[in-house]
Design a protein around this ligand. Structure first.
Ligand code: GTP
Length: 603
């Protein structure tokens, strides 16, 4: 297919605005999948994605489309919709010349719509604004068009209106992609060059990498070099994604497709890498900013006999998710485990869920923590820590405040869009989370967009849930990194019967230590099952106890309420109780349900 007839595009949208539904319609209309095949949302491959209705991993599909007797190849590059995965959005856009900016005509512009728009705008991509869900009774395309004009200077005439669910207006979207987007700026005469922008792990083929070919062509048997590592490979297969792998003899400039070349793991497939033929010198394509892990948590096997199984499960999952960082770790109570770094809390939850679903393992996950920094003084201390500024990814390694001149914590710039009726409660929530408002602008008669500087640690757990609940689901939130600032940080220790449980310790702002301490003690009292002994639950900063609760002793006899002698029933109940105990972790001689370590943080 000639380059002039190729279009590379992506659909970007706030969560639930209908991206997957629109992608399904586009696939159906171009014959890539059968209509009503009952396999809705084809691009959402993973079970977690289906269950949670969110797209985690970007996927790609090449579509054949005929318009006015011309055949076109449209490469649809799917992108995840959640803030945690915004680097995946960015990398997918590097292969595109344009985007469909999809906005729910009922909900209107949301925080991620704004973030997505600026990401595409900054890359000088053609933006096709599309209002979705016009079939809904409450859809207000007029109002939402006004928001697009106010915020992004988008003209009413350029806006398409569709119902992805019913298929109304979707044909016009395909036409607009052909008419408004330029063909990819590629060259088939120059030596082969391709941008590697995604990969996944296949048990038989190793890493399958998704590439956008910008120059020349590549075929099976070719010797190539991955510029980042300088390693050589031989091409084993090439093909298009329709959306399932369809082998081809070669890939030519302008195409988006996959190739395999015996890369052992996705770690070798560096996202943003440039591939080229051996013995050809080419300039490197622009690389991506690497995704920084923002949230760290310890992961431990329920008991050490499962260590090997859990290790192999984590290794396999990491093969498919190169954004997760892994380091080995050990803890007195939980034994040998790992400290994993995630892009955000959702990323962490999704990883955990996959661990359980795909590998049938149960793991203990400790309270998540963000990364802090500390400036330390004294030659001896600097030597001991290997530098005057240290990074703390685990509260257990929090340095003695006596040797620290300054602690620093990471901040984010948050964007909130909300109906103005909820402004009061939202501002209180932000203040309670140590946020400071930077700006506030009306986007129509009833909606406001605000920018708020917030400490990452205050939003990492349940900020989003809270925001949703105080605004009846109407406010939306997105954030970007804003660097580190000096902060008064302390380590809050949690003691059970006088023994500090390192795995429950956390770093908090000094002003919040006693409040958080009280909340955590209460929460622990609620979630730790009563046991044979009385348990004192305490929170302390340094040597000072800031909160205390007592959990009374109690023996849970599940059969007490059974009179008579139905033995089988009694056995069943006792077995169930034993099962329940198995999923407990013995810490400081106290049985803790494994959810304790993360539930303790939720408010
Ligand atoms: P993420 O993958 O999480 O970003 O979500 P998404 O943007 O892909 O949204 P999805 O396609 O899953 O749609 C979200 C919900 O909106 C689903 O329940 C859809 O059935 C519904 N939906 C999508 N398009 C339309 C539409 O045109 N009309 C109506 N009434 N509902 C729609």
């Amino acid at each position: 297919i000639p380059v002039e007839n190729i279009r590379n595009f992506s659909i970007i949208a706030h969560v639930d605005h209908g991206k997957s539904t629109l992608a399904d319609r586009l696939l159906e209309m171009t014959g890539a999948i059968m209509k009503n095949s009952g396999r809705s949302q084809v691009l959402d491959r993973l079970q977690v994605e289906r269950e949670r209705g969110i797209t985690v991993k970007a996927q790609t599909a090449s579509l054949n489309y005929t318009l006015n007797n011309h055949n076109y190849l449209l490469n649809l590059i799917d992108t995840p919709g959640h803030v945690d995965f915004s680097t995946e959005v960015s990398r997918s856009l590097a292969a595109c010349q344009g985007v469909i900016l999809l906005v729910d005509a009922n909900q209107g512009v949301q925080a991620q719509t704004v973030a997505n728009f600026y990401m595409a705008f900054g890359k000088e991509l053609v933006i096709i604004p599309v209002l979705n869900k016009i079939d809904l009774k409450n859809a207000d395309p007029e109002k939402v068009s006004g928001q697009l004009r106010t915020l992004f200077d988008i003209s009413e005439n350029d806006i398409l209106k569709v119902s992805a669910k019913l298929g109304t207006g979707v044909e016009d979207v395909l036409k607009a992609v052909v008419d408004r987007l330029p063909p990819p700026p590629v060259n088939r005469e120059t030596p082969f060059r391709a941008l590697l922008f995604d990969s996944w792990y296949d048990r038989y083929q190793g890493a399958v990498v998704v590439v956008y070919v910008t120059d020349g062509s590549v075929k099976i048997g070719d010797e190539i070099v991955a510029m980042h590592s300088g390693k050589n490979y031989e091409i084993k297969s090439t093909g298009l994604l329709r959306p399932h792998e369809e082998p081809t003899n070669k890939l030519v400039a302008g195409q988006v497709g996959y190739l395999t070349c015996n890369m052992r793991s996705t770690k070798e497939a560096h996202i943003g890498d440039t591939l080229h033929h051996r013995n050809q010198s080419v300039t490197m394509l622009p690389d991506f900013k690497p995704a920084n892990p923002m949230v760290f948590a310890g992961v431990y096997p329920m008991d050490q006999s499962q260590h090997v199984v859990l290790r192999s499960a984590i290794e396999k999952l990491v093969l498919n998710d190169s954004a997760v960082t892994v380091a080995t770790d050990s803890s007195p109570a939980l034994g040998q485990g790992w400290r994993l770094g995630f892009l955000g809390l959702l990323h962490m939850e999704v990883f955990n869920q996959r661990l359980e679903q795909e590998y049938d393992t149960q793991a203990v996950i400790t309270a998540p923590s963000v990364t802090y920094k500390a400036r330390i003084f004294g030659e001896k201390n600097v030597k001991r820590y290997g530098g005057s500024e240290i990074t703390i990814t685990n509260p257990a390694h929090f340095p003695d405040p006596c040797i620290v001149t300054e602690f620093l914590e990471p901040m984010v710039m948050g964007t909130i869009i909300t109906p103005d009726t909820y402004l009061g409660p939202i501002l209180s929530l932000c203040m309670e989370r140590r946020g400071t408002q930077q700006s506030s602008t009306n986007i129509d008669n009833h909606h406001v967009i605000m920018h708020i500087l917030l400490p990452l640690n205050e939003i990492v757990v349940d900020f989003h849930d809270h925001l949703k609940s105080i605004s009846s689901g109407y406010a939306s939130f997105d954030y970007e990194e804003y660097g580190f600032v000096p902060s008064r940080l302390v380590k809050l220790n949690i003691l059970l019967n006088g023994i500090a449980v390192e795995e429950l310790s956390m770093v908090v702002h000094a002003s919040k230590a006693s409040g958080v301490g009280r909340r955590v003690c209460l929460k622990l009292k609620e979630i730790i099952p009563r046991q044979m002994i009385e348990i004192a639950i305490q929170a302390a900063v340094g040597g000072k106890i800031v909160a205390r609760e007592t959990l009374k002793a109690y023996r849970k006899d599940v059969t007490a309420k059974l009179y008579g002698g139905d033995v089988t029933r009694r056995m069943k109940l006792l077995n169930r109780q034993a099962e329940g105990k198995k999923s407990m972790k013995l810490v400081a001689n106290i049985r803790l349900p494994r959810e304790t370590f993360i539930d303790v943080l939720k408010r």
